[in-house]
Design a protein around this ligand. Structure first.
Ligand SMILES: Cc1cc2nc3c(=O)[nH]c(=O)nc-3n(C[C@H](O)[C@H](O)[C@H](O)COP(=O)(O)OP(=O)(O)OC[C@H]3O[C@@H](n4cnc5c(N)ncnc54)[C@H](O)[C@@H]3O)c2cc1C
Length: 404
């Protein structure tokens, strides 16, 4: 096949990652972004170690602060402080972080069209027509990474409802006086969710989220209560809100020529609503699937659905079960975390990404940002390293990062 023409819709972490990896492999990639770049994104901007491992080093220049202590607060009892360098969270502003991911895609050879929303997609047997206000573009295949709600998915009859969906509000406020700047706070006094305080460079991001519909209308009050407790004043500060779709969508995640990635596929975790690392992971899986299609190992892109569910389904289900258990008794869950070193260790493992799908048998299952360079063909093998461990290999940089 001549160079495949790939359209990527949406320049968030999922789309930029897919665009970068495919451009590196020689595809003709056009990354469409609806808004002018850099664009803000409603988000806490907390990058867990697993997200940090998956991005090019360049993007880590956007990190404003690193936090190795997390204070856990429940509805009752005294707060409990977890000190865990291995689970250290890097704080970013999404505007800068996402721009760095786009820049990495451009360096790899992708063309970016920002301020140019894709209005319509039409798939036929041999490709996809995309219409924007600037005209038409014909792609062989498309990665739809246009976030929540995904207009592309709706137009093409893909996706459907997420297994879970949380509503989250966030606001930027000054750093709280009297609180250490190396400590994040998670507040579990909110039914069906939690609140957070993330210290950044010269300000803090404070937010609340819940997947419990009766709670949605009270989230603003929850945010006011949390900011008060932190000694901050919410007042008339502009609060942003958005959905976090979680646990994968119930309907198809791919057709013959289109793949859904990131929030468009509802890849975020149902326990904490962590979305960035999973979005990147799905961008990697999307690039690998298109690569396999291009070299003839698979005929269409439909198999992406099964592969993504095989890789992300079990861990997301486990996190969903944990979320439900914690809802039964959040005090019990916090008590266990306080009491049991083993529970704390498991929590740190999950945040750090020391378990599948981020790491398996000491290696990343699907996760190395470099994977497309270093893998002996075909790259499909990456997704099932359990079955084909011998075909999985890291570049030196990733080996060093994974060992760290
Ligand atoms: C309040 C809040 C706090 C959060 N905090 C965290 C956190 O601390 N850590 C974490 O890991 N996750 C967090 N998340 C989740 C995280 O923000 C998302 O899961 C993540 O951004 C998903 O990435 P994505 O690439 O799929 O989509 P997005 O980042 O949403 O990117 C989608 C892009 O597509 C573009 N787009 C949309 N329509 C079109 C179109 N028609 N044509 C072209 N472009 C289009 C959009 O403009 C956007 O740039 C939070 C979410 C919320 C709402």
């Amino acid at each position: 096949m001549t160079r495949p023409r790939v359209a990527v819709v949406g320049a968030g972490p999922a789309g930029s990652t897919a665009a970068r990896l495919l451009a590196e492999r020689g595809a003709e990639v056009r990354l469409f972004e609806a808004r002018p770049l850099p664009r803000p994104k409603t988000c806490g901007g907390g990058l867990t170690p697993k997200a940090q491992r998956l991005v090019p080093t360049l993007a880590l220049k956007a990190v404003e602060r690193r936090v190795e202590r997390v204070e856990l607060r429940g509805p009752h009892g005294s707060p409990f402080r977890l000190v865990a360098p291995a689970a250290g969270i890097a704080m970013v502003e999404r505007e800068r972080f996402d721009l760095a991911l786009v820049e990495a895609a451009v360096r790899a050879g992708a063309d970016v069209e920002d301020d140019n929303p894709v209005r319509e997609l039409r798939e036929d047997g041999s490709g996809v027509d995309l219409r924007t206000h600037e005209g038409h573009w014909r792609a062989d295949v498309v990665v739809a990474a246009d976030g929540e709600p995904s207009r592309a998915a709706r137009q093409l009859g893909l996706g459907g409802p997420a297994r879970r969906r949380a509503l989250a509000l966030e606001v930027d406020l000054p750093l709280a006086n009297g609180l250490p700047n190396d400590t994040a706070i998670l507040d579990f006094a909110i039914p069906g969710g939690y609140g957070w305080y993330f210290p950044k460079g010269d300000h803090a991001n404070v937010g609340v989220g819940s997947h419990d519909p009766p709670r949605y209308l009270r989230l603003r009050d929850d945010l006011a209560r949390l900011t008060d407790e932190l000694g901050l004043h919410l007042g008339a500060t502009r609060v942003q809100g958005h959905w976090i779709p979680q646990g994968l969508r119930i309907g198809r995640l791919a057709s013959e020529r289109v793949i859904l990635a990131g929030d468009a596929a509802a890849t975020a975790d149902p326990l904490f609503g962590e979305g960035i690392s999973y979005a990147i992971l799905s961008g990697i899986a999307a690039a690998q699937t298109i690569d396999a299609w291009e070299d003839g190992s698979i005929r269409g892109l439909r198999s992406y659905d099964g592969r993504l569910r095989a890789v992300l389904g079990p861990p997301l289900e486990r996190l969903d079960m944990l979320a439900r258990a914690a809802e039964v008794s959040i005090n019990g869950a916090l008590f266990l975390a306080r009491l049991s070193g083993r529970v704390r260790e498991r929590a740190v493992d999950a945040i750090a990404g020391r378990r599948a799908p981020f790491v398996i048998d000491g290696q990343c299952e699907l996760a190395c940002a470099c994977s497309l360079h270093e893998l002996e063909p075909p790259p499909m093998a990456l997704v099932s390293s359990k079955q084909e461990p011998g075909r999985f290999r890291h570049c030196e940089q990733c080996t060093a990062r994974c060992a760290a």
